[in-house]
Design a protein around this ligand. Structure first.
Ligand SMILES: [Zn+2]
Length: 276
């Protein structure tokens, strides 16, 4: 794997993850890091009542935020939302957020592991009060643009300066070309497909860069997430081909990639890159 600008991860939560915030690029650079962290989540499954926290219930001052972190009352003023399969949540840098228990989600993010922790449910890990206060947006979340339908197969979930995230739905047996001039991540979430000689099943992810790859949906179709570098949606990221002309380019061997390098496991409640 080359060093990438984005990361795709799968997170499984058996207990709530810490309340946290990530810096933007400007703040990250001011402390010697290469970039900040904007992320987006796609909920793959959620138990009844599962929820995430995004932003605060109300606007407060920095002094109030500092006090709320110090005395733990921050846990009472983050705004919790119930989540369900298929929900998309955009977390711009500076947004205070947390992921509750009982959720499986795919996260696409700027490649960064810089996390400032505001509350940790008594787990005794260090809090990062000064940095959190310096980068946090102290109020309710900004409204999020709704997904935009681009075609029958393509639903654009979010486009921002860092990445575009699409949900793609490929009809059974249909054939497509994925255009990946820059780094592009594909995560199968339902159904099956063949991408060159690589077989895709739910949970499988591939990484493409400076490449085109033919993909043929299986008999049950394919639903997948497609993520690539922003700041604009790429019309050529997915183009339909005639199934009659399908040639699985034998030269394209796209290896499956680990979606959370070294750390994805159902028994692991926290992804270190989002937590440590
Ligand atoms: Zn995060």
């Amino acid at each position: 794997m080359p060093e990438t600008a984005l990361l795709l991860k799968l997170l499984f939560t058996s207990e709530p993850l810490s309340i946290q915030v990530h810096p933007d690029d400007a703040f990250a650079r001011s402390i010697g890091l290469s970039n900040g962290k904007t992320e987006a989540w796609y909920i793959l499954s959620a138990v009844a009542g599962a929820k995430v926290a995004v932003g605060l219930d109300y606007l407060c001052s920095l002094a109030e935020l500092r006090t709320a972190i110090t005395d733990g009352s921050i846990a009472n003023i983050v705004h919790w939302y119930p989540v369900h399969r298929g929900d998309v949540i955009f977390i711009p840098a500076g947004t205070i957020h947390a992921i509750g228990a009982g959720i499986v989600l795919a996260e696409i993010q700027q490649h960064s592991d810089t996390t400032f922790r505001l509350f940790d449910y008594g787990r005794q890990r260090e809090l990062h009060i000064e940095n959190a206060v310096a980068v946090a947006t102290v109020g309710p979340r900004q409204p999020q643009s709704p997904p935009e339908r681009w075609s029958d197969a393509r639903l654009v979930l979010t486009v921002n300066p860092y990445f575009a995230l699409e949900q793609i739905d490929l009809a059974p047996g249909s054939v497509w070309t994925i255009g990946a001039p820059e780094e592009t991540w594909l995560l199968a979430i339902e159904g099956h497909a063949e991408l060159g000689p690589t077989k895709l099943s739910p949970g499988d992810a591939v990484f493409l860069q400076a490449d085109h790859a033919n993909i043929k949906a299986g008999a049950d179709g394919l639903k997948a997430l497609l993520a690539y570098i922003g700041p604009t949606m790429n019309p050529d990221a997915l183009t339909e081909r005639s199934a009659a002309n399908y040639i699985p380019r034998p030269s394209t061997n796209v290896p499956l990639v680990p979606t959370s390098p070294g750390h994805a496991a159902p028994e692991q409640p926290e992804a270190p890159n989002c937590q440590s």
